[in-house]
Every structure is written in C-alpha cells, then in structure tokens.
Design a protein around this ligand. Structure first.
Ligand SMILES: NC(=O)c1ccc[n+]([C@@H]2O[C@H](COP(=O)([O-])OP(=O)(O)OC[C@H]3O[C@@H](n4cnc5c(N)ncnc54)[C@H](OP(=O)(O)O)[C@@H]3O)[C@@H](O)[C@H]2O)c1
Length: 306
C-alpha cells in the first residue's frame, strides 16, 4: 500500500484527502515512479470544484495531478529506454501524479538533468508545455513586442522567458510584487487593472505585435484593442475567444510531449531558464497547497513533495 491524493465528490479544498491505496502496477510500455515532487495547477482545482464537468468530468474516487518527477521503481513489459533507478521528469493524463507511487507511459518521460532540482522537475510539465506551445503559437522574433498577461504565474513566468529568447521585447502584466523579478529577466513590467491599455501603449510606443493571455477575462480584447492581429493572440484561459475573434488557444495539449520536457529541462540545466518555486508542501498538506494557489498570486509554481 502507498499514499495518494483522492477526492470522492466535487467541492472546495476540504474534499481532498491523502489515503492509503493499492500500489499501482505498470502495464506494457509503462513505468512505476516513486514520486519525488508533483506540481499543482489551477485547472486541477477547477476540475475538483466541478466547474469543468461538461468538458472534463471527474469519476469518483478521483486521483489528482499530471506533473511529476521521481525515480523509476519498476518498468512494464517492452520498456527498453528506462530501468529501475533512473531519475525522470514526466507526466500522466490519468490524474494520478500526487501520490507516493504513480504509473506513467514511458513515452511521457525524459531523464532529469543533474542541474534541475527535484521540485522544479516535478512542476515542469503543465506549465512548461503550455508556455512552450503558447509562445510557438504567436511566433515572436527580434523586433516584435509581445505582451504576456499573468507574467509571473506558473505559465507566465516561463512564457516571458521563452518569448525573450526569440529576441522580442516582452511586456509582462503583473502586480508590483513581481516587477523586480520580471525586470531581472529582461521583461518590462506593467501593472494590470484600470488603465492597463494606456500603460502598455506608453511602454510600447511602436505598438504591440503579439499577446499571450494566461489569465482570461478580457486580455484577448485588450490585445485586439492594442491592434494585435488575431492570429498573433494566444489565450490559454479564455475558451470562448477563438470562436468569437479567431484568436488561437494553443496550450498544454499542443505542447505536451517528452521532447518538450527534455528541451525545457536542458534550458534549466544550463541556467538559461528559471522556474521559480513559490512554495513546497508535504503531500499531507495538499489542502493548504491548493488554498495558497487559489489566492491567485503565485510566482512560479507550488509543489507537493511526497
Ligand atoms: N489551456 C491550457 O492548456 C492551460 C494550461 C495551464 C494553465 N491554464 C490556465 O491558465 C491560467 C493560469 O495558470 P497558471 O498555472 O499560470 O496560474 P498561477 O500560477 O496561479 O498564476 C496566476 C497569475 O495570475 C495573475 N493574476 C491574478 N489576477 C489577475 C488579473 N486580474 N489580471 C492579470 N493577472 C492576474 C497573478 O499575477 P500577480 O501575482 O502578478 O497579480 C498570478 O501570477 C489558469 O486559469 C489555468 O487554469 C490553461
């Protein structure tokens, strides 16, 4: 038996429990992972509350979590690329990473470079693959100015850095407490809220070429108001915007692969990309971890450490 996060009904953080479960068993092509770190994501909170029931229903009892890093404990039939003892970064689509033991497809794993700390490795998948896909969707290059909303959040903090690597000027919308961190990464910080369009215009006198929205609730409209072409706007948080305005909505699904993870991990390993870790919590404090995330001002990632 081993411990795993479970919930038996939709609700607030109080429905989350850590319970003893049968150890999962790797099938053909799969790895059993002893989890060292598992990141948490806002989408998991929305699923747990039942807010995404039409799109992604839960079945009960439900596990939770996609992101993980850990040590291979056993391999299923037909796995040649990994063996017990290998340190990997990976993901599962089965809501199962927040546990002492998890099974993932071997095709969803890549080796952990020595310079990527466990908590960073364990939080990389959702935010990393999403940032990667969002930046690719707007295709920035030197001479462009790109605006990113939620610029210091889990997805945003990676998005601004990946966009900067293209040589573009990046304007990051964030609260004051994140401005210094953004400046330190070559990003021009701008405070969001009333008057944001004028502040962006002042920061980008030659205009804005692309916008990546990681927040929803009006940032696609801000991009259109600033004159950005719809095909250079990508949102990961406003699901109605593509049909309404012809903007893009490339996010996690578009970037999800072991190859993306390997590329991002290599950048972190060589010091070219930072994933800020706002907090780590033991698995037992899963409720506290999501309560902090739901306050909606996390810089980077919150990570569970089983
Ligand atoms: N479609 C996909 O594939 C996909 C994938 C991953 C995430 N998502 C969604 O994307 C969103 C962001 O995810 P995340 O993991 O980056 O979240 P997060 O780490 O919790 O970051 C949230 C950020 O939002 C900022 N924020 C809060 N209120 C804001 C406002 N009114 N205007 C602008 N910024 C505001 C905060 O910035 P300050 O602290 O600076 O105020 C914080 O940095 C969530 O809705 C999530 O569900 C979608």
């Amino acid at each position: 038996m081993s411990r795993a996060v479970r919930f038996d009904e939709y609700g607030g953080v109080d429905v989350l429990n850590v319970v003893e479960v049968e150890d999962p068993v790797p099938g053909p092509g799969q790895l059993l992972i002893r989890v060292k770190a598992a990141g948490i994501n806002p989408g998991e909170g929305k699923i747990r509350e039942g807010l995404l029931h039409e799109r992604w229903p839960a079945t009960f009892p439900s596990g939770q979590g996609s992101d993980l890093a850990g040590v291979v404990e056993a391999v299923g039939a037909g796995v040649d690329a990994f063996q017990a003892g290998d340190e990997v970064i990976g993901f599962t689509d089965d809501r199962a990473s927040q546990a002492e033991l998890a099974v993932i497809d071997a095709a969803h794993a890549t080796r952990r470079p020595a310079g990527v700390p466990w908590e960073v490795a364990g939080a990389l998948f959702v935010a990393g693959a999403t940032a990667y896909a969002a930046v690719r969707a707007v295709n920035p290059s030197a001479g462009d100015t790109v605006v990113v909303s939620g610029a210091a959040g889990g997805v945003g903090s990676l998005t601004v850095q990946l966009a900067r690597r293209s040589g573009a000027t990046v304007i990051g919308l964030a609260s004051e407490h994140n401005h210094e961190w953004l400046r330190g990464h070559g990003v021009v910080p701008v405070t969001y809220g009333e008057g944001v369009a004028d502040r962006v215009r002042a920061a980008a006198p030659e205009g804005v070429d692309a916008l990546i929205d990681t927040v929803g609730g009006g940032y696609v409209e801000l991009g259109l108001e600033l004159g950005v072409a719809p095909d250079r706007i990508d949102t990961i948080a406003d699901f109605s915007a593509p049909a309404k305005y012809g903007v893009k909505a490339e996010g996690n699904a578009a970037g999800a692969s072991a190859e993306t993870l390997a590329q991002l991990a290599a950048l972190i390993d060589e010091g070219a990309l930072e994933m800020p870790i706002a907090a780590t919590y033991p698995l037992d404090q899963v409720r506290e971890a999501y309560a902090e995330l739901e306050r909606n001002h996390t810089r980077g990632k919150i990570v569970l450490v089983p």
